[in-house]
Ligand binder design. Structure first.
Ligand code: ATP
Ligand code: MG
Length: 453
């Protein structure tokens, strides 16, 4: 269904076109003068304008100019009498998409209308298709056999069947965007737009006009009516990334969209209804942001209908080998993927990965370039990843019901590491200190603490 404006000074023509277009399933507004057309275009965004050329006052060419000026993406078709056919050609130069000469057959007009709308639709669809190809989303590239990831996958399948708002939380690089795409591309909305908005990337006023669209003249620089991202996502999914970066003023407006499923364009007067699946993500703890007064609690509850929490990679180390295989294959386009020794894999599994999957992917990419062998060995693994190993093992310790004695654990760990370092260096203390990244003095001091024990 498209929104169509019919402009003609002749009542019978307006009625005729109005009835025909409504029958075709379009939403039709009519205007009897160029001035009325101008008013309509200022308050609403039309997909198509059909205008007569010859009218008293503002004529069809004026209407065309106004439409193209106010709403450059709107398609315009001119209706002209035989005598003014030259004007029609002129109109094409000014941006009209087609024209029809009176008298015409209904089918002829329908064909022109459908072609013009189709062209516009294809333009939009091409952009979508390209985006879908780029994202190559869905489940195929979403890796994880660990229990927490299996739970996440099950949840994704469930919410994909509903329109419930989803809030994805998790540290940076855990795959929040991947989850949002997987929901969209496994949902019945998959052929419709998936629109990502990075709320942290734009200042408040810009973000507002991007999200909700604007009418020409709403602010300096608003040179044409423009649909916002909520409208662009109609019938599809909108992914509000980094939602915690929004200001309280914008949060109220988002709340309204979630509650009413409608909004008003910046500088606009009429409410616009949309049908979108809203998915939001945050790598900040929103409860903590609420406590600080930075995030509205009511919006949080509206968003948090279905929470999906992504565990950090260090809490699902069994996924590391799968991810390593996946990324090594992905990196080696057209060549045999590099292999990796068990020792090297162990080092990757033991590391803490503060940047999570993204850090792992980047590390492997660098390894694949820097390592000229067809197998990655332990010595190829960056120092930062390798040396973090003992620490990460300790971090993996769980706290049992009865609690733990932190002092005792730290003492044991320190003693064990001191002893192992000395063993490794055959008792050469300066070397052992280096292994533990300690100054010699500090090493000797720690050793003396445990002397005799
Ligand atoms: N389970 C996974 N399987 C395969 N690739 C993954 C997985 N998780 C994350 N990735 C990859 O890691 C990178 C980071 O993922 P993504 O952008 O979804 O993270 P994010 O949680 O949105 O991070 P940020 O909070 O920094 O925006 C992407 O290249 C993504 O493809
Ligand atoms: Mg992200």
């Amino acid at each position: 269904m498209s929104k169509v404006l019919v402009v003609d000074d002749e009542q019978s023509m307006r009625d005729f076109l109005g009835i025909m277009l409504k029958k075709e399933g379009h939403d039709v507004v009519t205007a009897a003068t160029g001035n009325d057309a101008l008013k309509a275009v200022q308050s609403e965004i039309f997909d198509l304008v059909i205008t007569d050329v010859k009218m008293p006052g503002r004529d069809g060419i004026d209407v065309l100019k106004v439409v193209k000026d106010i709403s450059s993406e709107t398609v315009v078709i001119m209706i002209t009498a035989y005598a003014t056919a030259e004007t029609a050609v002129e109109a094409m130069k000014l941006g009209a998409s087609d024209y029809i000469i009176k008298p015409f057959k209904i089918d002829e007009l329908k064909l022109i209308i459908n072609n013009s709308l189709e062209k516009r639709h294809l333009r939009k669809e091409n952009i979508l298709l390209k985006r879908e190809m780029e994202s190559k989303a869905g489940f195929e590239n979403f890796i994880g056999k660990s229990e927490p990831m299996q739970k996440v996958f099950a949840l994704i399948r469930q919410v994909a069947e509903t329109n419930s708002t989803v809030l994805i939380t998790g540290e940076s690089g855990t795959g929040k965007e991947l989850v949002a795409k997987a929901i969209h591309f496994s949902s019945p909305r998959r052929k419709k737009p998936f629109v990502t908005v990075n709320c942290g990337a734009l200042p408040e006023t810009l973000l507002e006009s991007e999200l909700f669209g604007y009418m020409k003249g709403a602010f300096t620089g608003a040179s044409s009516n423009k649909q916002g991202l909520f409208e662009a996502a109609n019938e599809g999914t909108i992914f509000l990334d980094e939602i915690s970066a929004t200001t309280p003023a914008l949060q109220i407006k988002l709340l309204r969209v979630l509650q009413e499923r409608e909004f008003i364009r910046v500088g606009g007067t009429t409410a616009v209804r949309v049908d979108v699946h809203v998915i939001a993500a945050s790598n900040k703890d929103l409860q903590a942001e609420i406590a600080k007064g930075m995030f509205r609690e009511d919006l949080f509850y509206r968003l948090n209908v279905i929470p999906i929490q992504l565990p950090p990679l260090r809490e699902r180390r069994e996924d590391v080998p799968l991810l390593v295989d996946h990324f090594l294959k992905k990196i080696s386009v057209g060549r045999a993927p590099k292999k990796i020794t068990p020792e090297a894999m162990n080092a990757l599994m033991a590391y803490r990965w503060p940047g999570n999957v993204r850090e792992l992917e980047n590390t492997l990419e660098r390894l694949a370039i820097l390592c000229s062998d067809d197998t990655i060995h332990l010595e190829h693994i960056p120092d930062a990843v390798r040396s973090a190993k003992p620490c990460s093992d300790l971090v993996a310790i769980d706290i049992p019901e009865e609690g733990v004695d932190l002092e005792a654990i730290l003492e044991t760990a320190e003693k064990t590491l001191l002893r192992k370092a000395l063993e490794k260096t055959q008792g050469v203390k300066t070397e052992a200190a280096k292994l533990l990244k300690l100054s010699f003095r500090s090493f000797r001091h720690r050793l003396q603490k445990y002397d005799g024990s």
